[in-house]
Design a protein around this ligand. Structure first.
Ligand code: 6PG
Length: 229
């Protein structure tokens, strides 16, 4: 269960280093995980006051937009857990210039690395049916960014900028956890895990933590096309 693994990683970080930093995933799949973590079954399993919340990516929309990953997390996790605003590091996605928002986020991320003396403890990721992850979509400039930790990535098929951590930031994390569910993701899961190595077309294949742990939390439907389940 993704919730159990989340709690284990959080408590390991808190007991070892006094805090836990997590970059939340967006989209719809994590809603269930976040609602579970903030439910009475789980909300007392982690000392939430010691958790720093980042976001793996964000749409270039205001934070109160129904498209906002921040808004989704706020409604399902952050507000129900009464997380204080100084523990929440959201993208300034309301800024007209997406690149400025990315620069701002990168500055904040680096400040956390300096303060905590370590990379993010856990990056949560979803998977699109086109095998994108975070907002690193196939054949987009952000895939090739190796210097920056956070970028504004132009996504032609969405005709919009997306704000996203880069694979450098993701692969520098101590733990990376994909949470993927549903039949509609089965082919993307198969391509990423068992298909030809073509990361420009299947960007999630670029996720390969330098020294961290990689977890794939799949429901039976999303794993249904894998040869080696
Ligand atoms: C986003 C996410 C994105 C998401 C996948 C899967 O901003 O949408 O970061 O990478 O995880 O698109 O989305 P679903 O969970 O909605 O299928």
């Amino acid at each position: 269960m993704a919730s159990g693994l989340f709690v284990r990683i959080a408590n390991e970080a808190i007991s070892a280093r006094g805090s836990f930093s997590v970059a939340l995933a967006g989209g719809s799949t994590p809603r269930h995980l976040y609602s579970l973590l903030s439910s009475t079954d789980y909300n007392s399993k982690v000392e939430w006051s010691r958790v720093e919340f980042f976001f793996g990516d964000e749409r270039h929309v205001p934070p109160d937009s129904d498209q906002s990953n921040y808004r989704m997390a706020k409604e399902t996790l952050l507000d129900p857990l009464n997380i204080s605003s100084n523990q929440i590091h959201r993208w300034q996605s309301e800024r007209a210039n997406a690149a400025d928002a990315a620069d701002d986020y990168e500055t904040g991320l680096k400040a956390w690395f300096d303060r905590s003396g370590r990379p993010i403890d856990l990056v949560l990721l979803g998977l699109g049916d086109d095998a994108h992850t975070a907002s690193l979509f196939p054949q987009t400039p952000g895939l090739l960014e190796i210097e920056r930790l956070a970028v504004a990535n132009w996504v032609e098929k969405l005709n919009s900028f997306r704000l996203t951590l880069t694979f450098s930031a993701i692969n520098g994390a101590t733990n990376v956890m994909f949470v993927v569910a549903g039949n509609e993701k089965a082919e993307a899961v198969r391509k990423v895990l068992e298909g030809e190595f073509r990361p420009d077309d299947f960007p999630a294949q670029f996720v390969n933590p330098e020294s961290g742990n990689l977890f794939w939390m799949l429901d039976r439907a999303a794993a249904s096309l894998l040869r080696n389940e």
